[in-house]
Design a protein around this ligand. Sequence first.
Ligand SMILES: Cc1ncc(COP(=O)(O)O)c(C=O)c1O
Length: 443
Amino acid sequence: MPAKVLESNASKAKALWAERQAVVSTGSAAYTSVVIAKAKNAKVWDVDGKEYIDFAGGIGAVNVGHCHPKVVAAIKDQAEKLLHTSFHVAAYEPHIKLCRKLIQATPGSFGKKALLFNSGSEAIENAVKFARAFTKRRAVISFDNAFHGRTLLCLTLNSRYKPLKQHFGPFASDIYHARFPNPYRPPRGVRPEDVSDYALEELDRLFLNEVAPEDVAALVVEPVQGEGGFVVPPRGFLRALKKICESHGILFVADEVQTGFGRTAKMFAIEHEGVVPDLLVTAKSLGAGMPLSAVVGRAEVLDAAPAGAVGGTYGGNPVSCAAALAVFDIFKEEKILDAAEKVGGIVKDRFDRWAREIAVVGDSRGLGAMRAVELVADKKTKKPLPVPLVKSIVKACEEKGLLLLKAGAYDNVLRTLMPLTIAPEDLDKGLEIMEDVLASARA
Ligand SMILES: Cc1ncc(COP(=O)(O)O)c(C=O)c1O
């Protein structure tokens, strides 16, 4: 950026922000106005030296913390040796080793294989390709309130229209949206305890009226909806879906991009239900900040695509793979799943209390350390807190030194994706900031 812009402004962050506005597409989300210089574990510092506690965790990508020394060392070491050949041109050990690790870490004792990509969206696209190649079927089912990414097929799988889909069509064909059970917001006339049954009945209706099950290649589902506002389906729903898939030869694809790598206090959220997916998609915290994603699952499905039909220039590059191998070591050495349980318990206690005591907190929910509060204007009617108010709450947290993300169909859910390695005092301080801001919020 021009040096004089920096010199003429007391705040480097403000100058950089202005330059961002000038040169970066405004289509790219700006969840905060922070300009970051460095980060360590659950703390980040902006270019003026202001410190923040990070409850956003790179949108759930740094479950082992920012710049974990082992990850940094692995990256440095690998960068000295090999940056890139493309795995399709010349194979390399970290990639092969990582596929083995992923096969061992994912549910299912059958023969498995893996393929590595760069982003969650890319891996979801490829999971659908594998499923279609294997089943020779065309249709795919996803859910309302789902989020699977921003490429065209993923946009089609998503259900939120504005701002994600509007003006970006025409979309991919043969995608059908089923109901996802949300106990906090049941359809009119349906009791919260019946939302699963209702969703399953609606799936029957979809099979009768919109697509025959024998034409469906895959059902793609987030075990806990992420961008949709941390919606946890009632126990048994995912198991029921898996049974339906099995009875029709539909492949069950678990999108664990946000739920995976310990966020819910299991390596993968689907394990809470004992469901074994045919394909599992992982990304985000797999690479601890490096671009990396994977499809892991039944070997016969991953081998169904003809040689050369899937892949890409960069998928599973050596540096990202080295980072991911370090992540596996850290999980073992630092007992990250236990840490997630602990962090989740602390956050749950606080959020549950807020739901009882704070006027704008309508619901507290989550699984493990994937926890959220849904903000409402009225606890009885559950009318969502208007977006400008939610934004002002997030902004007030930012000003007090806490980075926080919202989510949900109404943009009224505050979600927590802090590193699972967060120091207890930082967790407490971050929660204090949230509590202060929420307690003084008025609908
Ligand atoms: C559940 C889920 N699937 C897929 C994606 C897309 O991943 P990426 O942004 O890496 O393409 C996301 C991103 O937030 C996600 O939360």
